[in-house]
Design a protein around this ligand. Structure first.
Ligand code: SF4
Length: 224
């Protein structure tokens, strides 16, 4: 809401441009809805639920996509998700945030390429580029709640998805093919320690600010 309101102001610097700015705003809005226990579609998970709708709604708005195109984009995204799930994982607890927001971004990037007229090969390159750029991202939710850093990561993943889609549509290829990039994501995820896989025992969740906030939150909630 703040991002969209800021855009109305005279001195606003729209660094990202319209499509990415909207995709980020929509992705974070869905992330906030999820954190507030609203209704979302896990695509591929609740934590990463903002990426795909963020990207697709922004593209719909800016490229006048119709319902059929949106439905086809969802089919492409869903099939990319199934490939990732069968070769690796979609879960932060299994593979870190690269498996959640990374997979959401890969699904969105592939869908974006397809819906904007790219070839299946370009869809694959977009998927590979996303994983190359998001490889190693850990899962470290503050207090174990899917809020910090998850909401802004949805915005970041939406931007990564559109970056990968634009590169692929420009004919830029990934040196590492999609299947191998997915396998690399699994390999990295398997090697991540449990402290960096949704346990809130590492990363941002263990910063002084996060620990102080969690202490106050759980004390107020009567849980400690
Ligand atoms: S940090 Fe963990 S809980 Fe949050 S979106 Fe990423 S994988 Fe999901």
């Amino acid at each position: 809401k703040k991002l969209q309101e800021a855009r109305q102001s005279e001195n606003y610097k729209n660094i990202l441009g319209g499509v990415v700015n909207d995709a980020v705003a929509y992705a974070m809005a869905v992330g906030e809805c999820n954190a507030a226990m609203g209704r979302i579609v896990a695509s591929p998970t609740a934590g990463a639920s903002g990426v795909l709708p963020g990207v697709l709604l922004a593209l719909k708005q800016h490229y006048n996509l119709n319902e059929r195109q949106m439905a086809e984009a969802l089919v492409v995204a869903g099939n990319i998700g199934m490939v990732i799930a069968s070769r690796a994982s979609l879960s932060g607890a299994m593979g870190g945030c690269q498996a959640e927001c990374g997979s959401g971004a890969a699904m969105a990037a592939g869908a974006a390429v397809d819906v904007l007229g790219g070839t299946p090969e370009q869809v694959g390159h977009a998927v590979a580029i996303v994983f190359k750029n998001m490889l190693g991202l850990v899962c470290d939710p503050v207090a174990g709640l899917v809020e910090v850093p998850c909401i802004k990561r949805n915005g970041g993943a939406a931007a990564q998805a559109l970056l990968a889609a634009e590169l692929a549509l420009a004919g830029i290829t990934s040196f590492i093919p999609a299947d191998e990039a997915i396998d690399a994501m699994k390999s990295v995820g398997d090697r991540l320690p449990c402290t960096l896989k949704e346990t809130a025992e590492g990363g941002l969740a263990q910063t002084p600010t996060a620990l102080a906030w969690a202490q106050a939150y759980f004390a107020a909630d009567g849980k400690i």
